[in-house]
Ligand binder design. Structure first.
Ligand SMILES: [Fe+2]
Ligand SMILES: [Fe+2]
Length: 276
């Protein structure tokens, strides 16, 4: 695990960064839209929880520090992309985001640390599964016309989600050992996030139909059904496995190309120092 200082230039980015399947891009755009609220919440929770670790837990403390820095890099880059998305003609999107922002503020203020950490672990359980899906299985990315900074944003982000996959899990296990509460976290966080992601995808696509950016809504709906079906067919069995008592995120196989993706991100998108 390491901290990569990444600053992606989205000046050439397109909203439909998978041109043949704009529905795929819009699903990930919808996902991007709430990350600048979710990931700061994760960081506050991990920071607070890590302060309760014993002094001897040197490695996990250090992993928490890197986790927080990585998530910070993620949401700052997503916020840059999201500004471009909003400017591209989705005037109501900020209202949807505001609901998630308020939820995360409320969770942190009103819920217990155990609850918040279980939520964080719920998200972090999905992270490496989504990483494997995106890096290995999503056929929408295989087309030669997928060449966009936003695809790089997701490859780098998800490869780091895989890299820090154990942090929330081990932290939860250290502070609140036990099986069922972790499952509760997954069962609360999963639907809370996925319903936002899916409803916001539909919202973005409705705007595209209304403005004529996508000209054939029925074809688009069929493509969306295919995108979602293939994704959930991949995710669901892996998520069930991740809910078994024997689950240890460190045992998950490395997604293909993830080390390459991380090296490429540093090569192509490392933050430039002033005056360079
Ligand atoms: Fe992240
Ligand atoms: Fe993460």
């Amino acid at each position: 695990m390491k901290i990569r200082n990444i600053d992606i230039d989205f000046s050439t980015a397109k909203v439909f960064w998978t041109p043949q399947t704009p529905e795929f891009a819009q699903f990930w755009n919808a996902t991007s839209s709430y990350l600048p609220y979710l990931e700061p919440f994760l960081n506050k929770v991990v920071r607070k929880a890590s302060m309760q670790l014993s002094d001897d837990d040197v490695q996990l403390r250090e992993d928490c520090r890197i986790f927080i820095a990585q998530e910070g890099q993620h949401y700052r880059n997503h916020a840059k992309f999201n500004a471009l998305l909003r400017e591209s003609g989705y005037p109501e999107l900020h209202k949807r985001e505001a609901v998630m922002q308020a939820d995360y503020e409320r969770f942190f203020e009103e819920k217990s640390l155990k609850w918040c950490l279980a939520y964080a672990e719920g998200f972090e359980t999905l992270g490496p599964i989504l990483a494997c899906y995106f890096l290995e299985a999503a056929r929408e990315l295989n087309n030669s016309d997928v060449d966009d900074p936003t695809a790089d944003l997701w490859r780098w982000h998800l490869a780091e989600e895989y890299e820090h996959r154990h942090v929330c899990n081990y932290l939860f296990e250290r502070l609140y050992p036990g099986y069922w509460y972790r499952i509760y976290g997954i069962l609360f966080a999963g639907p809370h996030m996925l319903s936002y992601m899916i409803r916001t995808t539909l919202h973005l696509l409705r705007e595209d139909y209304r403005t004529g950016r996508i000209r054939d809504p029925w074809r688009s709906r069929l493509r969306l059904a295919g995108v979602q079906f293939r994704m959930f067919r991949y995710l669901i069995p892996r998520l069930i496995k991740a809910m078994l008592p024997s689950y240890d995120p460190m045992n998950l196989p490395v997604p293909e190309r993830s080390m390459e993706v991380l090296a490429e991100a540093e090569r192509n998108w490392a933050r430039k120092k002033r005056g360079e």
